[in-house]
Ligand binder design. Structure first.
Ligand code: GLU
Length: 400
């Protein structure tokens, strides 16, 4: 025997979104005037009625183990939400409540992947997808989507990527990091292809409440029975209800998959936190005014951030329609110089911005686009204003 560590675990990189955000927080704590466009984390407090429900859970002694896959009342509330909001019919046994969206995804891939199965991931993608797939023994197959097509995967992309080993496709709409939203027609094309070639669609709908203007989220599982049978719909409370720290995610899945996910979870973590489940119940079944209020604030920030990006020479972006990110194309800056040092990718831009301008951005190497960076606009307009001034100053300082 040797003392070698797990090769699979060693191949996983720590989450750079979380790392950069932690670094920005640390600098702030040291008194630096840092503007963080880092992690996608609402700056709002968790709404009061949700916190009250959690406090009540503690006072009522709701602090013991619950059913491993979540309490029935919460599953019933999720079923109702799926029916009314997403037009998908599930029964409570098809719902698995987990410790955040990442955990839901981990359970999904544990349930469906056999060693060597391929999972198609459209790029740009949220950086955790490939790692979660790899940890489950799968092989991420990355498809680079074009800016001209709003970074959406096309039928030709699917045809060019599908193999006999394709087990699943990950869809994320509204999308992190681009903010694009797949419409019904886009989804119909993808659904038809998935049904014809018989693979799963893992639909991450974490940002469904963050659609702006006339945009409406559409759940692929709602399109017809055949795609419903092949879809696992993943969601969570973090973004919609400003509940990032509470760690509640959930999935709706075909019954046999939900059972496997539940049994995996029963050994790995047991139930998600009992108090957070009560808070989630209050969030999902309570008054949704808080969601609308936060949505309106994000919409204002979205327009402002996007306009400011468009105003900077060398940067461009597609107009985000959902989530709270602007995906900035910085390819025109590559090859330019900052204080004599060549910019070779967005990672250099991120480094110079945090070191010299106290602005945290997310370089998108880990999202599959090394010449783009992501701005999260889940911060106040005055902070966005200040941060964008600094980014502009940085860009203007570059030389040929
Ligand atoms: N999902 C958020 C983001 O993309 C939170 C950080 C993370 O978990 O990666 O910023």
């Amino acid at each position: 025997m040797s003392l070698e560590l797990s090769r699979k675990a060693l191949s996983v990189k720590p989450s750079s979104t979380l790392e950069i955000t932690a670094k920005a927080k640390e600098m702030k704590n040291l008194g630096k005037d840092v503007i963080s466009f880092g992690a996608g984390e609402p700056d709002f407090d968790t709404p009061e009625h949700i916190c009250i429900a959690a406090k009540r859970a503690i006072d009522d002694g709701f602090t013991k183990y619950t059913a491993a896959s979540g309490i029935t009342e919460l599953k019933e509330a999720i079923v109702k939400k799926f029916r009314n909001f997403n037009h998908i019919e599930y029964i409570p046994e098809q719902i698995v409540v987990s410790n955040g969206g990442k955990h839901s995804l981990t359970n999904v891939f544990s349930a469906i992947i056999n060693e060597g199965d391929e999972v198609i991931i459209p790029a740009p993608y949220w950086l955790s997808y490939p790692e979660i797939v790899r940890l489950a023994g799968g092989i991420p197959v990355i498809v680079r989507c074009s800016k001209a097509n709003n970074y959406k995967i096309t039928l030709d992309d699917l045809k060019g990527t599908w193999t006999e080993k394709t087990k699943a496709l990950i869809l994320n709409s509204p999308n992190n990091p681009t903010g694009m939203i797949y419409d019904r027609d886009d989804l119909q094309v993808i659904a038809d292809f998935a049904v014809e070639h018989d693979f799963y669609v893992v639909s991450d709908e974490m940002y469904e409440n963050l659609c702006y203007g006339k945009e409406e989220p559409v759940s692929i599982a709602s399109l017809n029975d055949e795609i419903y049978k092949r879809t696992i719909t993943v969601n969570g409370l973090a973004k919609s209800y400003a509940m990032t720290g509470w760690r509640i995610g959930y999935a709706g899945a075909p019954l046999e998959i939900a059972k496997v996910m539940g049994s995996v979870q029963s050994h790995q973590t047991s139930n998600p936190n009992s108090i957070a489940q009560m808070a989630a119940l209050a969030a999902i079944s309570g008054d949704q005014t808080c969601v609308r209020v936060m949505n309106a604030a994000f919409d204002e920030r979205r327009k402002y951030t996007y306009d400011r990006v468009c105003d900077i020479e060398g940067l461009s972006a597609i107009e985000p329609k959902g989530a709270f990110y602007v995906f900035v194309d910085a390819s025109e800056l590559i090859g330019k110089k900052y204080k004599g040092q060549e910019i070779t990718g967005a990672a250099d831009i991120g480094k110079f911005l945090i070191e010299d301008y106290y602005v945290a951005i997310i370089p998108c190497d880990d999202f599959g686009f090394s010449d783009h960076f992501r701005l999260s606009y889940a911060i106040s307009v005055s902070e966005i204003d200040k941060g964008m001034d600094r980014i502009k100053e940085f860009c203007e300082s570059l030389t040929e």
